[in-house]
Write a protein that binds this ligand. Structure first.
Ligand code: ATP
Length: 363
């Protein structure tokens, strides 16, 4: 009994992408089917190199091919092609400003000091380590900390007097308002000036081709989010919180702010979730337990993961080597890598929605 391309496609159409809630054939992930008698070679192109579901998709695809009558062997080449959350959403004007940037991911928090910049920088490095092309833009006008956290002390140069080249560090293209102004100047940003400076950072930087541009927003206020939503289409926002109950109110405010400007919330990251004593390994929930997860449940949005409170995270941030780069085997680095996979998965779901694949509401 000979095997046909149609048999292979039929088998692959039984395999679902659990994040996109669509089968691999409909999602356009099955490529280059080459039959040779009772053997087949094919390529499966995931929607991100940081796919959180790769293990499941791989197991399901292999099981589906094993069940094809007459097929004796198969060879799957795994690849990834990040898709863009292009097109305009309500209140948004599309991505014409940044044609080479596929997805803009905002990192925000209801209040300061919860570790938003730490999450932004480690998320960016994690995505790059997974093989994605990543940029990191520090738009925290009131307290830019990305220069310190990435260890960049040089200033960006302009190749033509109009645009700026981003700095390159830890596998990222990095730009920060902190490279361009003195820190005491950063406090006076307001209204049109803030919008102008933000647009300059977004538009006049030679970002080139990026799968993800991670944007570290200032805490609390909606000025920057509002300004951005008028000019670019963000894939969505990651909300960072600490676990105590009082932080919940800030998450509520942040969620409402993003809803108002029609930016989807991709999910919640709980930072400083517990402290594991380096001497006796006893776990203490210094800021209480489970606030981020509770908030995610309350709003029916994804819980993207939790990061322990650990001296390494603070020290590595201060030393300019994010923990994911400096201590990749640590519990904290692994937590960030998992959060990055979850964020990439949620962005893929948003891009599927943008190109109107039949994606069901996923949690
Ligand atoms: N999980 C963690 N464990 C230990 N220290 C942490 C952790 N997360 C963040 N920190 C430290 O807490 C401080 C505040 O973090 P960070 O600057 O990332 O917060 P932020 O929310 O961006 O603050 P701001 O609102 O001022 O911009 C930093 O010194 C950082 O190194």
């Amino acid at each position: 009994m000979s095997v046909s391309e149609r048999d292979i496609l039929a088998a692959m159409s039984k395999v679902m992408d659990p994040e996109l809630h669509v089968d691999l054939v409909k999602a356009g992930m099955v490529k280059d089917i080459r039959l040779n008698g009772d053997a087949v070679k094919l390529k499966i192109e995931l929607t991100t190199p940081a796919c959180p579901m790769k293990g499941k998709i791989q197991a399901d695809a292999e099981a589906a091919l094993k069940a094809v009558p007459g097929l004796k062997s198969f060879d799957i080449e795994w690849g990834a092609q990040v898709r863009a959350t292009g097109g305009a959403g309500p209140g948004q004007q599309g991505q014409a400003l940044l044609p080479g940037v596929k997805n803009i991911v905002l990192v925000g928090a209801g209040k300061g000091g919860v570790g938003k910049s730490t999450v932004a920088v480690n998320l960016a490095v994690s995505l790059a380590k997974h093989g994605a092309k990543v940029g990191l833009l520090d738009a925290d006008f009131y307290g830019p900390s990305i220069p310190l956290m990435t260890g960049i002390t040089e200033r960006p140069v302009s190749p033509d007097g109009k645009t700026l080249n981003p700095m390159i560090k830890h596998g990222l293209k990095v730009m920060s308002i902190g490279f361009l102004v003195e820190s005491d100047q950063a406090l006076i940003w307001r209204g049109p000036m803030l919008h102008g400076a933000l647009m300059q950072l977004v538009r006049d930087v030679n970002w080139g081709e990026l799968d993800y541009l991670i944007l570290d927003l200032p805490p609390g206020t909606g000025d920057v989010a509002l300004s951005l939503s008028q000019s670019v289409r963000a894939a969505g926002a990651v909300l960072v919180t600490t676990p105590q109950d009082v932080a919940l109110a800030d998450v509520v405010r942040a969620k409402q702010m993003f809803d108002k400007v029609h930016i989807p919330v991709l999910g919640i990251v709980e930072n400083m979730s517990q402290f594991v004593c380096p001497n006796c390994s006893h776990t203490t929930h210094i800021f209480n337990k489970g606030g981020g997860r509770k908030a995610a449940e309350m709003f029916n949005i994804s819980f993207l993961g939790e990061v322990p409170l650990d001296l390494k995270v603070r020290e590595s941030g201060d030393a300019g080597v994010p923990v994911v780069a400096g201590a990749p085997e640590s519990l904290e680095a692994k937590a960030f890598m998992e959060i990055a996979r979850n964020v990439a998965g949620r962005v893929s779901a948003e891009s599927a929605r943008a190109i109107r694949l039949p994606v069901m509401q996923a949690r």
